[in-house]
Design a protein around this ligand. Structure first.
Ligand SMILES: Nc1ncnc2c1ncn2[C@@H]1O[C@H](COP(=O)(O)OP(=O)(O)OP(=O)(O)O)[C@@H](O)[C@H]1O
Ligand SMILES: C[C@@](O)(CCOP(=O)(O)OP(=O)(O)O)CC(=O)O
Length: 402
């Protein structure tokens, strides 16, 4: 008997020009376009296996081994229904098995700790869509699949591509022109690296979904951001990426992170996602860039923050070592540094600052204020994996994770 099953993995993306605000909350249509860098799935990924089988009673989904309810009319059920609809188109061709009629079992696993506060909905919904698209053998392009991932979580639409990705907001009421497009593949700028600084967090106070809705309803500053600020930045950052112009890319990325956190503060009641640790990291990166420019160099690093206190620092590969040394001068580490790129030749990094760096820009924190680092780089889009990577066992239930 044929087993109808497919496994796919999908990457995390971190926006440089932020999505914040919906004009349609059901279809997840944004109030502005956004642009992100896809991170390498060798380090951070969601992996998902989907199987269609006539013996299954109903659709079921397990996330990290734990069953999640698929609520009727909810985001998961919308994505599954949309992919089934596309499969039915394929089944119009005579002789194609009608597997759209079978219930599905879906098992997914995020290889990064949810407790780290990293966006999991983006890679999660992208992997779900990629695995069902592979199961159903859909002839759809990544942009077409991004229309579906968008309805799971807005930022997920950008994880259907590798490299540098724009989500064009579109203008149609049905959302058919609100999808992701590739600005440049990861091979275009492979030495763009990312250093994620995991900041201690006692559980996020305001989710992105509810936070951005409150901003749309109450912030006057958001209107200026979506009408004037973002359209110009989208144009400028796309050009900077095409030209591999890091200083311009960095200036725009930092400015847009600041603008996003400003509209969060302009919300009633105000929303704070960054904390003292986040702000100290900003001060260190600003001083690092200032000292570099003052000695005839250029901007070397860009910070950006999503809806939480973790910092993501984008920088050319050659500066990451120096950046780690600066940060640990102020944030002593309680855990060993996971040196996946071999920057420190088997030794643990020691704190140091470059000459001309004003050490008074921040106080020194207690160990553990920055819990650890994840060093990664720009990476490719979703991958279809082999049967040996499947997360479902012979009975169609989740395998125990090692
Ligand atoms: N691998 C996955 N497969 C399917 N759904 C997932 C997966 N990982 C996460 N999700 C969905 O995403 C939800 C978490 O999304 P949520 O938006 O609350 O957090 P986040 O993505 O970590 O942060 P944010 O989007 O605010 O930056 C989970 O409850 C689950 O529904
Ligand atoms: C700050 C952000 O990370 C917000 C992401 O919001 P989500 O995509 O998580 O929101 P929903 O569409 O409601 O699921 C910025 C970004 O990724 O562009």
């Amino acid at each position: 008997m044929t087993v109808y099953q497919a496994t796919a993995s999908a990457p995390v993306n971190i926006a440089c020009i932020k999505y914040w605000g919906k004009r349609d909350t059901k279809l997840i249509l944004p109030t502005n376009s956004s642009l992100s860098v896809t991170l390498d799935q060798d380090h951070l990924r969601s992996t998902t296996t989907s199987r269609a089988d006539p013996s299954f009673k109903h659709d079921r989904l397990w996330l990290n081994g734990k069953e999640e309810e698929i609520k009727e009319g909810g985001r998961l059920s919308t994505c599954i229904a949309e992919l089934r609809r596309l499969r039915r188109e394929v089944e119009k061709k005579e002789g194609t098995p009608k597997i759209s009629e079978y219930p599905v079992h879906i098992a997914s696993y995020n290889n990064f700790p949810t407790a780290a506060g990293l966006a999991s909905s983006a890679s999660g919904f992208a992997a779900l869509v990629a695995s069902l698209a592979a199961l159903y053998e859909l002839p759809a392009t990544p942009s077409e699949l991004s229309l579906i991932a968008r309805q799971g979580s807005g930022s997920a639409c950008r994880s259907l591509f590798g490299g540098f990705v724009a989500w064009e907001m579109g203008s149609k009421a049905d959302g058919s022109d609100s999808f992701a497009v590739e600005v440049a593949p990861c091979s275009h700028w492979p030495n763009l690296h990312a250093l994620i600084c995991v900041v201690s967090d006692d559980k996020k106070g305001t989710s992105s979904t509810s936070g951005m809705q409150r901003t749309v309803e109450t912030s006057t500053l958001l209107q200026h951001r979506i009408k004037v600020v973002v359209p110009e930045r989208m144009r400028a950052i796309s050009e900077a990426i095409k030209a591999r112009d890091f200083p311009t890319f960095a200036r725009l990325t930092m400015a847009d992170s600041n603008s996003f956190h400003a509209v969060a503060l302009d919300t009633e009641p105000p929303i704070f996602y960054m904390n003292d640790v986040s702000r100290a990291i900003i001060a260190l990166i600003v001083e690092y860039n200032r000292a570099s420019v003052a000695t005839g160099g250029s901007i070397k690093a860009a910070y950006t923050f999503d809806a939480g206190p973790n910092a993501v620092i984008y920088a050319p590969e050659e500066y990451i070592k120096e950046i780690v040394q600066i940060i640990i001068s102020y944030f002593p580490q309680a855990q060993p540094f996971n040196d996946v790129f071999g920057l420190f030749g088997g030794e643990q990094p020691k704190g140091a600052v470059p000459s001309g760096f004003n050490e008074a820009v921040s106080k020194k924190f207690e160990p553990g204020a920055v819990k650890g680092f994840i060093h990664t780089r720009v990476g490719d889009g979703p991958r279809v994996l082999g049967a040996e990577e499947a997360l479902l066992n012979a009975e169609g239930l989740p395998k125990a994770q090692a």
